[in-house]
Design a protein around this ligand. Structure first.
Ligand code: AMP
Length: 389
């Protein structure tokens, strides 16, 4: 890692500002957390910093309060859950800057959770004055919020100019380690599996991964845009007609690498348990909703030979059963391959969990947008801003 890690810092008796991603889903009303996955993901960094003798200031955004206080997007429920998980007190600040916060700053071993950064419009505007005020709270800065690293905000980029050292947290470190390894120096063969609704969302990812990987297996509705570009019938399947030229040029430049499905599960109407058929050629009026069994076999075979697998996006309309079959089958193939596997995107993660193979995946990224930008070869501003080693 070219960037400073929290392990490189001397944290004893220091006040550490840790930018975490506590953007947790809340039940309506904003009092109950429906998944504490993101809180748990930052526990290693929090515990490490406490063990080193630091006082912790934790800061995050939650939801989109649009620059003003909104009690339904308060981090108070997070403070409570964090207290339970750590088994020690977590003080909740009434704001993220200002005299009341300054009066609560933590001594070594203490934890202060700041209120939602996005209650202030200056956070998303990356405002220098606001950045200075955040920086003035601490001695050193750590970013563990990989999921926000693609945004240049005050807490992810701006405040770093006003702190002496800015390091990656353990979660951030792990994300960067796996994503860097998979995209810069993968063990070969390296296979990417890309699915989801639209080619347009993943053009840069396809183009960038195309330079690195040995095979790019395409599924989901994205496949139909490529098929239509080749002149193959796609019926009423989801296609981006304005992206056909682009699909054609990607296929030309990646012709030995890009692999398309050879059979399809089709329906006349997308709904749960709709009557379906498996076809090689999509008939007029029918809609492709999943990759077919021959494609599952072929893709699984390619995956089994891989040493590195990168996966983003489902192979079909995965939310509607049984059209999750292709996605779940590939999740099992990735797990069984023994390859170093890096998975991003909420749907692929769900598939991996419903296939019961999450513990056999090397790394499941916590940042959807950030991991896509990384895979597209875009430098993440929240990473670029950290101090070089
Ligand atoms: P993305 O966010 O781009 O990864 O896309 C995920 C979405 O793609 C999911 O909601 C899927 O239902 C959708 N999707 C995947 N395959 C298809 C398909 N064949 N037809 C329509 N939607 C699809």
């Amino acid at each position: 890692m070219p960037k400073l890690s929290v392990r490189d810092l001397d944290l004893k008796n220091k006040r550490v500002f840790i930018r975490v991603d506590f953007n947790v889903p809340l039940a309506p009303g904003g009092r109950e957390i429906t998944s504490d996955k993101r809180i748990k993901a930052s526990l290693p960094t929090i515990r490490y910093a406490l063990e080193q003798g630091a006082g912790l200031i934790l800061a995050s955004h939650l939801g989109r309060p649009k620059g003003k206080p909104n009690p339904e997007m308060s981090l108070k429920p997070v403070a409570k859950r964090l207290e339970e998980l750590l088994g020690r007190p977590v003080k909740m600040a009434p704001d993220c800057i200002g005299p009341e916060v300054e009066a609560m700053l933590p001594a070594p071993g203490e934890i202060l959770l700041l209120e939602n950064l996005r209650y202030h419009p200056e956070e998303e505007k990356n405002d220098p004055e606001f950045s200075k005020k955040l920086a003035a709270l601490c001695d050193v800065y750590v970013n563990d919020a990989f999921g926000s690293a693609h945004r240049a905000h005050a807490s992810t980029v701006g405040m770093i100019a006003y702190v002496p050292q800015a390091a990656a947290g353990l979660l951030m470190d792990q994300e960067l380690k796996y994503l860097t390894m998979a995209t810069r120096n993968p063990a070969r063969p390296c296979v990417a599996i890309l699915g989801g609704a639209k080619v347009s969302d993943k053009i840069e990812v396809i183009a960038n991964l195309g330079k690195v990987v040995d095979k790019l297996l395409i599924g989901g509705a994205m496949a139909y845009t490529f098929m239509k570009a080749e002149g193959e019938p796609v019926g009423k399947s989801l296609v981006e007609d304005d992206k056909l030229d682009l699909a054609r040029s990607l296929m030309l430049s990646l012709k030995d690498k890009l692999v398309l499905p050879v059979d399809h599960v089709v329906v006349s109407e997308i709904k749960e348990n709709a009557e379906s058929q498996v076809v090689d050629t999509i008939p007029d009026g029918m809609i492709g909703v999943d990759i077919g069994p021959l494609t599952i076999d072929h893709y699984s075979h390619v995956i089994r030979t891989a040493k590195t697998v990168i996966w983003n996006g489902p192979m079909g309309v995965f939310e509607k059963k049984p059209f999750d079959r292709g996605t779940v089958a590939l999740a099992k193939a990735v797990a069984a391959s023994g390859a170093t596997s890096v998975v991003g995107g909420g749907d692929s993660e769900k598939a991996i969990k419903s296939a019961g193979v999450a513990d056999q995946i090397s790394h499941i990224s916590t940042g959807g947008g950030a991991s896509l930008e990384f895979l597209a070869g875009i430098e993440l501003p929240g990473v670029a801003a950290l101090t070089d080693k």
